[in-house]
Design a binder for this molecule. Sequence first.
Ligand code: FAD
Length: 282
Amino acid sequence: MPTTKKHFSFEFFPPKTDAGADKLREVRKTLAVLKPEFFSVTYGAGGSTRDRSLGTVLEIQRDSGCAAAPHLSCIGDSKADLAELLTTYKNNGIRHIVALRGDLPSGMGMGSGEMAYASDLVRFIRDTTGDHFHIEIAAYPECHPQALNMDADIAHFVHKAKQGANSAITQYFFNADSYFHFVEKVQKAGVDIPVIPGIMPIINFTNLVRFSDACGAEIPRWIRRQIASYGDDAASAHRFGEEVVTGLCEQLLKGGAPGLHFYTMNQAEPTLALWRNLGLPR
Ligand code: FAD
């Protein structure tokens, strides 16, 4: 296995309140010590978090000592709005974009966007800004929930990568085999960009189950059963969740994954605990 430097990055969502913004400042100060490649910030499809995402991104880029990587989704936004955001990011020294289709909140239909898929957005970013941005795209080792089947989803991923993406970040998963299978399939199809596993710490299991059902990430039965067996014993459930995700990260890194992207849920401690357990450098 080549001994290239591993990629580590952390994801935040834009806070809704002043208190949330203050808390995120503390969280990012704590996590900045780990010197991630970037802090990414999610974007609500259809521009629903546009101002909050933009404000959070620019503050991180200006104050954190780490690069900010805005997420950008195309499904409900016009090309003119997206071009304006790209120009703002470029003018503020941002070099990374996570390019997505996005999911519109229910009731908003398919939106009024001019681009239907993330592959269109990747092409648009390349056409309008050349090589300025390092473009990350999303990958689904367990298959995107709306895809016809795994082969169709992989074909769409390959097409999206070929529009000019530099690397990919996966949806979270708890089964390392799905990741290695996905990487093997896309490499066979001629795409060799790094595919960074997205890691979800197990924090609030009830919320995780709800979110996983919506985004098509599978929580294996043995994990569900074990956590259920703890009942109200939150400390034991927490310990077990940390052990499971640490084991997953170890398996991925040992198997050659090029790094890890942590879904922090705007909390420092769960990611720090994984970092410590893995013996990663501080
Ligand atoms: P696409 O790559 O466009 O794929 C969407 C679906 O369309 C797939 O089923 C694919 O197989 C299919 N497809 C693609 N091309 C074609 C085609 N030509 N013909 C027919 N079918 C096609 N969402 C947000 O709203 N904001 C965020 O900030 C955000 N951040 C994310 C970060 C990561 C790392 C990940 C993994 C996901 C994130 N998401 C975010 C969720 C994401 O927007 C959803 O999963 C969305 O449903 C798909 O986005 P995509 O970019 O993967 O879409």
